[in-house]
Every structure is written in C-alpha cells, then in structure tokens.
Design a protein. Structure first.
Length: 585
C-alpha cells in the first residue's frame, strides 16, 4: 500500500511545533528537517483496517491543508520573524512508516490502552502501541508534526515521543434535545475531537422539550420531535457510532429520566407523567415545578412508567455498543409530584415518607430494568446522591457525573470519591461551555436596568452559570485538589458540557472550539509541568496554532486573540514576568 515517502533535510532552524495535547514526553533529537512526500509504504505487524483508514485520513488532510503554524514559541526577549534557516537535502531517506500493535483485539471501551511510542529519525518513522487505539492517537500526533513551507512538507527534526493519557474518560457532552443537531454537525465535532485525543462523546439525546429518536417499540414517541426532518433514525445513530468508533471515540447515550421527561411520553401515555400541565416557574421559587420550561417528570409511582422505561431502554441499548449507559437522574423537582395523585395518596398512607423515599423508589424499581442488559455500567448525574431529594443508596458501580457549584463550597467530587464512587468531572464553574451568553427565557425582568435590580447590576441577568469559560479558566482547573490518593483513583476523567438551549447547527462548532482543546490537554497530560508549575502560558501558542489549523481544515472555530498575538509570541501576555502563574499559587 503506497502512502508517503519521507526524505531527510538538514538545518531548518529552531524547533517550533509541539503537538496539542502536549505528550507526556517529547524529545527533539536534532533540527535536521525530514521532508514529507506522498508515497511511502505502511508496514503493519498485523492486518488492521482501522489504522490504515486513519493513516489515509491523516495524509490526505496534511496534503490538502498545507499548514504552517503562525504562532511560534520564542523567548519574550525576541520578536523577530521565525528564522527558517537554510534548507538543504540530507543524505538519508525514509521510505516507510512502521506500526507495531501488540493486541489489535482490545475493544474500544472504558480503560482501553491508548499509550504509544512514536520515533522519527533519519531511518524511519516507527509507531509502537499496545492497542489499535494507541496507534490511532500516535497518528494524530504525527499529523500535527508535519508542516508546509516553500513547497515542501516536512517534520522539523528527529523526535522521540512516549505518550499515554492521564485519564481514560476525556470527553464532551452534546445536547440535541433542546435544539436539534444534525448528523453532519455531530460528525464534525467527532472529527475535531479526534485531533486532540478526546475519546468520549456523551450524547444527551432526550429532554422535556424534544424527543428526536425513532423507536420501533413505541413508534408514537417520535411525535415528540419538532419537525419530520429533525429526527434520528436507527441508521443515523449507527452512522454516528461507527464514525466515532473509526476515530477511537466512544459514544455514551443519555436518556434522561425520571426528571427532564415530557416530549414523546406525552404523545403516547400522559399517565406516566406528573405536573406536565403546570406552569414551570413561579415568583416564589419554592413553588416551581421545573428549572426551565416545560414542566414534567416521570411519575415514579405509576407501574406503567416502568413498562415504558423498559421498552425504551432495551431498544436504545440495542443501538449503542458502549458498556456505559447514562440514565440521567438530575434536577428532580419535588414540587412536581404534588400534582401526582399517586404521590399524594402514597404520602398520606405513611406520613413519615419524604421525597428521598420517592427517589429511592425510583432507584429500587428502575435499576433491575437496567441490570437486565449484561456487561452494562450505568452513569448518572450526581444529583441522585447529593441533593435534598436524593436517594439513600445506589449501586456502588454507578459512575457519577459531578456538575454542581464547586466555587461556593459544594465539593461533591470529594464527597462522592470518598464514598468509593467513580466520578466524571463536569463542574459548571469551569466546564459548562454554554454559559455566559445570558439566559433564554422571555418576559424576564432580570435584564431591566434599574438601581434596585441586583441581577442586572452584578451582570448575571438570566445566566445562572456565569461567567463565560475561557480556555485559560478551563485549563487552570485542578479538579483533584484536596483529594487523597485513594480518592483521586476514583476520578475517571472530565467532560465539558454544551447544553443547547442557545445552540444549534449554526453556532455549535464556535461554542466548543478551540476552547475545548484546553480540556483535552488537561485530561491527557495535565496542566502543570514536571516541577508542578502551571504551563498555561506555554499552552497559549499551541492553542492559537490549533485554532488556525482548524480554520485551515475548514472549521468555523472562534478566534482567541488578534493575529498580532499569534505572530509575536507572548507580546500579549498581561505580565512580562513569565512565571506569574507560579507566583499566584
């Protein structure tokens, strides 16, 4: 199979390109450039179609993009243009890329080995990995090392990389249940995720406003879609899953329940719902029935609820191949159940019962349904154990996703890990990427400019999760702070979340990228150097380059700085002192 011929050049000047995420170890051995031409042989120790496909994609992208980084890392004392030096042909030649995989049968599941070694020298490009997934990650690193200048593709010098992720779960949550997201745009995010080694797409498919998923077992559920063209067929789901799989990305589905449930259900059987006709909000917040319109939750005490849940869960489970399935369990609103006659009668029958007993009833009756699928691990939002309405107990093997307000003292990460639960971190203070744009509800007096309006005067308005999360805020987040060694072992990783009340196809990419690349590095190799110092300022040039690379690839990624800051490294730093991050800690 003919793919690319690599030839050696010499002396192109200082090394300028380091990949994002930063590898665990990258050692530039010299500055003798290696020209990259389109005709080498791929040599695999075993037949591996996925690796061949990924290499072809990498090479095609390199050839089409012809990318050269604008952000060149240099000391603060020097702002001269990058000295390319004299390029001349060396006397060595590379005629192959050799990839060795120890075990290509390792499945793409939580904890799959993604480590790799990548060596480029005057004789060869060699990739060694334990699994297919490690080799795919190595190829993404190789892709970032190839630059184009003066009619030549080249790698800046011989290099040796040893690399592996710090966390097995590195992802983003996409919400297609407030505004519909097309298959094409979801695939676009998968493509970009793969460039920075994110490996989990958490797909929040359903919510109170929208049920976009076609079901054979309950065909009436799709009446909860906005439009006929805004639906996901079985083929659409399989297409997204396979597309992600080929790029080393797992897809975890979320069917949110028992809260956040209305669309679809109300079209099939209203009896399984509570408070579906109540007004969602109230001037007295204690009387509200939902956190946003429209109100509705599954009626936990109705036996028919569990018949529907079982049909839905079984069919959706058949579509997704991942061993993890997210079943929601967030933001259960107690007042909603005051509209349920079943609940009112249940409380009257035993006045010692509380809303916590109701949540426990849900756990006790839903978990046996979920357990019928073998080799399945459940994932839930932390609310099921951390809110006033929480259940008393849940199975210890449930993965909990922590999102609540860390800055104001609600350190649920420590509370949950200390109890032995595995946790995925998604704290809204750092990782909710839809925040900072104002709220979406209308007839909202919080935007009224008046001396008495504290919401307006503090700048919060209707945005409950201010501020906007910049790439620096995301990157500087140390989510294992104050955890013991044993507690840290229960951190599976982190996810950024993009809720879609104010997101659709037109802005999806801009609201994720390039900010999400900061999290990608943090969960891959960390945000500090080997001495424990923040390396945020050294990420700046790499993330600026990453944004320019995305634009070159045809993606509408948001600019982070004026181009002047790209072309004059660290000229836009707030402080001349390059160690200022260390001084603040």
């Amino acid at each position: 199979m003919k793919l690319a011929l690599l030839t050696v050049l010499a002396t192109v000047g200082a090394v300028t390109v380091n990949p994002l995420p930063q590898p665990q170890s990258i050692e530039w051995l010299n500055e003798n450039a290696i020209v990259f031409n389109p005709c080498a042989n791929l040599q695999l120790n075993i037949d591996n179609e996925l690796v061949e496909k990924n290499l072809n994609r990498v090479l095609n992208s390199v050839l089409e993009t012809k990318y050269y980084p604008q952000a060149i890392e240099k000391p603060i004392s020097s702002y001269q243009p990058f000295p390319t030096g004299t390029v001349k042909r060396g006397n060595g030649a590379i005629d192959s890329i050799t990839i060795t995989i120890e075990n290509s049968s390792i499945p793409l599941q939580l904890g799959a080995d993604e480590s790799y070694n990548l060596t480029i020298d005057n004789n060869a490009i060699n990739i060694d990995s334990v699994s297919t997934w490690g080799s795919i990650q190595a190829l993404k690193t190789l892709q970032q090392l190839v630059v184009y200048e003066k009619g030549q593709f080249f790698i800046e010098g011989s290099v040796r990389i040893e690399d592996h992720p710090n966390y097995p779960h590195r992802g983003v949550m996409l919400d297609s249940a407030r505004n519909f997201l097309s298959v094409k745009k979801i695939k676009e995010q998968i493509d970009i995720m793969s460039l920075v080694k994110l490996n989990v797409l958490h797909w929040h498919i359903t919510d109170t406003q929208l049920w976009p998923l076609q079901l054979e077992s309950i065909p009436g559920m799709i009446e909860g879609a906005y439009l006929e063209r805004e639906q996901y067929s079985k083929n659409d789901v399989e297409d997204i899953i396979n597309y992600a799989y080929e790029r080393g990305i797992r897809v975890i589905p979320e069917i949110d329940m028992p809260g956040h449930s209305r669309a679809g259900y109300i079209n099939v059987n209203e009896d399984v719902l509570a408070c579906q006709h109540s007004w969602w909000s109230n001037d007295d917040y204690s009387l509200h029935t939902a956190v946003e319109p429209p109100a509705s939750q599954l009626d936990i005490l109705n036996n028919e609820t569990y018949l529907m849940v079982e049909k839905i869960y079984n069919e959706v489970s058949g579509l997704f191949q991942d061993d993890v399935f997210h079943v929601g369990a967030d933001e259960l609103q107690a007042n909603c159940y005051n509209y349920s006659q079943l609940f009112v009668d249940w409380i009257k029958a035993n006045l010692s019962r509380t809303y916590r007993d109701l949540s426990q009833y849900w756990i006790d009756h839903s978990i046996p349904i979920f357990r019928k699928i073998p080799n399945r691990r459940l994932m839930m939002w932390e609310d099921i154990l951390t809110t006033p309405e929480a259940a008393f107990t849940i199975p210890q093997d449930v993965i909990l996703q922590s999102w609540s307000d860390y800055l104001r003292g609600s350190n649920n990460i420590k509370k949950l890990t200390s109890k032995g639960f595995d946790v995925v971190v998604s704290l809204n203070n750092y990782l909710y990427l839809d925040c900072g744009y104002g709220g979406f509800v209308t007839n909202d007096p919080r935007y009224l400019d008046s001396p008495q309006n504290d919401e307006f005067n503090t700048g919060n308005g209707g945005s409950w999760c201010n501020p906007y999360k910049t790439w620096q805020r995301i990157y500087d987040f140390d989510f294992t702070t104050n955890l013991t060694d044993s507690e840290q072992k229960h951190i599976l990783g982190a996810e950024a979340a993009l809720w879609s009340e104010q997101v659709d196809n037109t802005v999806l990419t801009q609201k994720l990228w390039p900010r999400l690349a900061a999290l990608a590095e943090s969960v891959w190799s960390g945000n500090r150097d080997s001495n424990g110092n923040y390396r945020t300022n050294w990420l700046s040039q790499r993330i600026f380059n990453f944004r320019e690379w995305l634009v070159a690839l045809g993606y509408d990624a948001l600019p982070l700085v004026p181009k002047y800051c790209l072309q004059n490294p660290h000229a836009c730093d707030l402080y001349l002192n390059q160690t200022v991050y260390n001084d603040y800690t």
